[in-house]
Design a protein around this ligand. Structure first.
Ligand code: GLP
Length: 242
């Protein structure tokens, strides 16, 4: 079952996750990272950039795969996850841009692209360390409640609550895409190591349901309990219902 690390605050939880990612990158000659977006990982990426600038980590031999991308946003759209990753991380480290894979939001055949994305992960030898956030409704990536444990990378519809939560990054709610490409739960569970970062009281219920309920499609993150090497890194607020 998942290891749970509770840190005093968001800054120390973010630093802890950065340490785990840096350790994974330094552990072997070439590494495949699974990366996440949203508000939660921002401080972790800033810590990693600091470590890179201090010469503590090198991304030359790292390949990365992002969990998800909105359909309809090009990689240069300010709210696309590709743009987020470039701004928060890729532009500040020496990762090879041709080895950073974020699902294409504006391709002409998203379903085909999703299947190709899944194959690329397998061709890369699988993900060594997958960073996850968690949605308020317990979603991981864009696997909303009802997603099956063996789901693969595919096109999904977003729930109204997710659209509302993510509207904060857009000028208005009706600008938020309604569909996305997401790695599936089955895809995520094939990572060798998974680190889920959650901070703030808003995630406390999702964390409780993920760690205490038996795995169910109602709480996608609860399937993580089946994985042999999962670590939940929480601040006290996100752990407050445990
Ligand atoms: C989005 C993303 C998830 C992210 C979640 C939480 O739906 N698809 O990958 O974990 O929201 O985001 P935040 O960290 O902003 O709370």
């Amino acid at each position: 079952s998942p290891q749970v690390i509770v840190c005093a605050d968001e800054a120390s939880a973010s630093r802890k996750v950065a340490d785990m990612i840096v350790a994974a990158v330094n552990a072997k000659p070439s590494v495949v990272l699974g990366l996440a977006t949203g508000g939660t990982p921002v401080k972790t990426y800033a810590n990693i950039v600091e470590d890179f600038r201090a010469g503590k980590v090198d991304f030359r031999n790292v390949t990365s795969f992002n969990l998800d991308e909105y359909i309809g946003l090009s990689g240069t759209h300010p709210q696309s996850f590709r743009h987020f990753m470039e701004l928060q991380l890729f532009n500040h480290i020496n990762i090879d841009p041709s080895k950073t894979f974020v699902p294409e939001g504006c391709g002409d055949d998203p379903a085909a692209h999703a299947a190709e994305f899944e194959k690329r992960i397998a061709d890369a030898g699988g993900i060594d360390l997958q960073l996850l956030g968690i949605g308020h409704n317990g979603h991981i990536a864009f696997n909303e409640p009802g997603s099956s444990a063996d789901s693969r990378t595919r096109v999904v519809g977003l729930t109204q609550s997710t659209i509302e939560k993510n509207a904060r990054f857009f000028d208005s709610e009706d600008e938020v895409p309604k569909t996305a490409i997401t790695m599936g739960i089955g895809t995520i569970l094939e990572a060798k190591q998974i680190v889920l970062l959650a901070t703030g009281t808003g995630k406390a219920e999702a964390i409780r349901l993920s760690l205490q309920a038996s795995p169910s499609d109602d709480v996608p993150a609860s399937w993580l309990a089946k994985h042999p090497q999962v670590t939940f890194v929480l601040d006290e607020a996100a752990a407050s219902e445990l």
